[in-house]
Design a protein around this ligand. Structure first.
Ligand SMILES: C[S@@+](CC[C@H](N)C(=O)[O-])C[C@H]1O[C@@H](n2cnc3c(N)ncnc32)[C@H](O)[C@@H]1O
Ligand code: SF4
Length: 268
């Protein structure tokens, strides 16, 4: 007998989902092919899992809700699953706008690049444009690999006269990588990205044997705010969208003991 869980039916779905969500996030896996030092995936005892649905079961389950957008990501790396392109193609064929977050750590096959180039948006994680430092922080990721994968996605769209996915570089900064922020903005723009977002680091205990790091607000909040301002200026000059999670600005503001609310936006 097949012991896998059956695909949920309409009556299984919580009432909230009946409101026809605008966007559905599906975590295909919480396993990962990288071990970023600050990610919960690197915590001792972490165990990832793959979604116990076949691509066909998942596509059939989402079909009645016809959300405008399906994001296939979670706390793991979707592209390490052998069948991820089959899932994505089925969803694309059903007319969904598909998006994902990825570490771009592996050398994608031509099929994977073709599928990625059909997505509505790609959030690509890269914390620093320093080929030596990046793999020390995002263990398993390589700057040259990210650059090559980005270039191939862009080339696939050009080849097919297709609009590019919205390419957003996502940077989770620590005190090790924060100093490279202005260069990261220049790098992201030079490699064809449309936007960049700086993420506010959630602190987990350091896993054993990794390089020490701190939240930027604990290390040098004044410098972090100055780097944000400088990077924002550079982004404006380049016509590039640059966002920073407000929590990072608030944390630096608080650490400096400044009065009142932290400024919103980048006029620091
Ligand atoms: C959990 S990952 C999953 C998708 C994919 N593996 C990736 O790295 O893009 C999604 C985003 O969360 C960020 N992230 C990981 N650990 C974090 C933490 N402790 N605090 C804030 N963001 C974190 C990552 O840097 C990445 O940009
Ligand atoms: S690639 Fe993503 S999921 Fe994997 S360890 Fe890094 S941040 Fe976590």
């Amino acid at each position: 007998m097949d012991s896998r869980p059956r695909a949920p039916t309409r009556t299984d779905i919580p009432v909230l989902l009946r409101a026809r969500p605008r966007e559905i996030w599906v975590e295909l896996t919480s396993n990962c092919n990288a071990r970023c030092i600050y990610c919960c995936v690197s915590q001792p005892g972490y165990e990832g899992k793959d979604l116990a649905l076949t691509p066909e079961e998942l596509a059939a389950m989402l079909q009645p809700y016809s959300p405008p957008e399906v994001r296939i990501t979670g706390h793991g790396e979707t592209t390490m699953l052998p069948h991820w392109t089959r899932t994505a193609r089925l969803l694309l064929q059903q007319g969904f706008a598909v998006t994902t977050n990825s570490n771009f750590a592996k050398e994608f096959s031509d099929e994977e690049i073709d599928v990625l180039s059909r997505f509505r948006s790609l959030e690509i994680s890269c914390d620093v444009a320093d080929a030596e430092l990046l793999p020390r922080v995002r263990r398993g990721c390589r700057l040259e690999r990210i650059e090559a994968n980005l270039a191939r996605v862009i080339a696939a769209c050009k080849r097919d006269f297709r609009e590019l996915p919205h390419l957003n570089i996502s940077a989770t900064l620590t005190d090790l990588t924060m100093h490279g922020l202005p260069d990261l903005v220049r790098w992201a723009s030079a490699h064809g990205a449309h936007a960049m977002e700086v993420v506010n680091l959630e602190r987990y205990p350091a896993p054993p044997g990794v390089v020490e790091w701190r939240h930027p607000s604990e290390a040098d909040p004044e410098r972090m705010l100055a780097l944000i301002e400088e990077s924002s200026r550079i982004a404006k000059q380049l016509g590039f969208v640059f966002r920073v999670q407000q929590g990072l600005i608030d944390a630096c503001w608080l650490a400096l003991g400044r009065s009142g609310e932290a400024p919103r936006g980048f006029a620091l």
